[in-house]
Design a protein around this ligand. Structure first.
Ligand code: COA
Length: 436
């Protein structure tokens, strides 16, 4: 009998935006007790995009870091999927821009997946299926990227749960980071208006209470069907990771499962709730506390956080993962962390990306929002937007829109230095650049 192919996540990289707002700064501007945000929601800082960053630039930077640090030959990428709810166009996928900016081979299928924050998991699951079919072929690597900006109205209750970031990972039959368990699917779909992003707005619409209830309902359904169909459950997991719109939500999710197992169920003896939570869920949450909500990538940011910080403890451990997308679609699945941590040690890039971030005042944050909105309008392109002095090693910039074409510039320098004569070796748009 042939051995079943193991598939899953081979390697991961996280892109962290350069700027952030401290939640205390936001609380004071909103006349709210900072502890509501710090303790009540569990967030310390939220990542904010500069006007020359967008979901495309974040995705490209995450992929570039992944390609630099992994052993994968780009020619082996046969599938590129972007899980996002921050699309920049109704037709052209972010995946297409990423493919062009990275200069990948034409022998590659590219598209975006969408179902709010579930879209990254949709891409991962499709990639895993694809890998089990393409394992022995030349192009057998799937590149999955999650990239999102969480943006709510200024002063609204959703505002402290903003954030931005991208996570890129290779999915293959060499799953060093996470070997997916091949259990029957535990999915749940229910149409609900808890959160959505109309095309005519740059901020999401959210019914916060409904979204929390819908998330927890989906967790109950998927966890029950996972246990029933797989005959696995609580005692099999070393870690439990969740979709993290804000870290306190992961605690609410953990508490629901804990109470279900130990207060109403037949589970084995457990430590107190807070201790179990500290052992099983909190070790992955530290990057979510720093970035805020990154929507489709938030579950994978927690997984990356677990791999990076617990690198010496997690080899061979089993993780239960819950993914939720408003609207709604959810899934509970599981996997085992690979047994060779040298494959991901020092490669994920979260701690490095958090170093040297720039804190924004409230006024600067509002200014960034307004400028980003203007930059995303037709006719916004200007030569002054070309990258000159970012000095942070960022290599692709969004320069604005001209004749309905988004224009991106890629810097030649590996680590650009502040200099007015910044080198460019490529500017990418579907319309060639013309110097005046
Ligand atoms: N010190 C400590 N905690 C405080 C506090 C203070 N001074 N003031 C309030 N809190 C706590 C509350 O008790 C509450 O905790 P609990 O949920 O454990 O009861 C928490 O802070 C949030 O307060 P709440 O009044 O519920 O906040 P809100 O109604 O202003 O908004 C959300 C919270 C999450 C609904 C809102 O941020 C939102 O809509 N976010 C976007 C949607 C989202 O992320 N949904 C999640 C599912 S996908």
């Amino acid at each position: 009998m042939s051995k079943q192919i193991e598939v899953g996540i081979e390697s991961m990289a996280v892109h962290i935006p350069r700027h952030f707002v401290d939640l205390g700064t936001l609380a004071r501007a909103n006349n709210v007790d900072p502890d509501k945000y710090y303790i009540g929601l569990g967030v310390k800082r939220m990542a904010i995009l500069a006007p020359d960053e967008d979901p495309v630039t974040m995705a490209v930077e995450a992929c570039r870091a992944l390609l630099e640090k992994s052993d994968v030959d780009p020619a082996k990428i046969g599938l590129l999927m972007v899980g996002t709810e921050s699309g920049v166009d109704g037709a052209k996928p972010i995946a297409s821009y990423v493919h062009g900016l990275l200069g990948l081979s034409g022998n590659c299928r590219t598209f975006d997946t969408k179902h709010a924050c579930y879209s990254g998991t949709a891409a991962l699951r499709m990639a895993a299926d694809w890998c089990s079919v393409h394992a022995n072929q030349d192009r057998n690597r799937a590149l999955v990227i999650t990239t999102d900006i969480a943006r709510y109205l200024v002063g609204s209750s959703g505002e402290p749960t903003q954030g931005a970031g991208a996570v890129a990972f290779f999915v293959s039959d060499e799953p060093h980071a996470l070997i997916l368990d091949s259990q029957p699917e535990a999915v749940f779909t229910r149409e609900v208006m808890d959160f959505w992003r109309p095309h005519y707005r740059d901020a999401a619409v959210v019914d916060g209470r409904t979204s929390i209830d819908s998330y927890l309902l989906a967790l109950e359904h998927t966890y029950s069907s996972y246990k029933e169909n797989s005959k696995m459950g609580w005692d099999d997991f070393d870690y439990l990771l969740f979709h993290v719109p804000f870290p306190k939500m992961a605690y609410k999710a953990f508490r629901l499962l804990y109470e279900r197992e130990f207060l109403h169920g037949q589970g084995c003896k457990a430590l107190p709730l807070s201790r179990e939570y500290e052992i099983r869920t909190k070790p992955g949450l530290w990057p979510n506390v720093e970035l805020g909500n990154i929507y489709s990538g938030s579950l994978y940011l927690s997984l990356a956080g677990l791999l990076e910080r617990e690198v010496d403890r997690v080899e061979g451990k089993r993780v239960g993962l819950f993914s939720y997308g408003s609207g709604s679609c959810a899934e509970f699945f599981s996997g085992r962390i690979g047994s060779d941590s040298s494959k991901w040690r020092d490669k994920i890039g979260i701690s490095a990306g958090l170093q040297g971030r720039i804190e924004l005042s409230h006024d600067q944050y509002i200014g960034f929002r307004q400028t980003s909105k203007q930059r995303a309008s037709e006719g916004s392109y200007c030569h002054d937007f070309l990258p000159r002095s970012n000095g942070n090693g960022r290599k692709v910039s969004f320069c604005g829109i001209r004749d309905h074409h988004r224009v991106y510039a890629i810097s030649k320098e590996k680590s650009p230095q502040p200099s007015p004569s910044f080198n460019l070796n490529q500017q990418v748009s579907s319309r060639p650049e013309r110097r005046p």
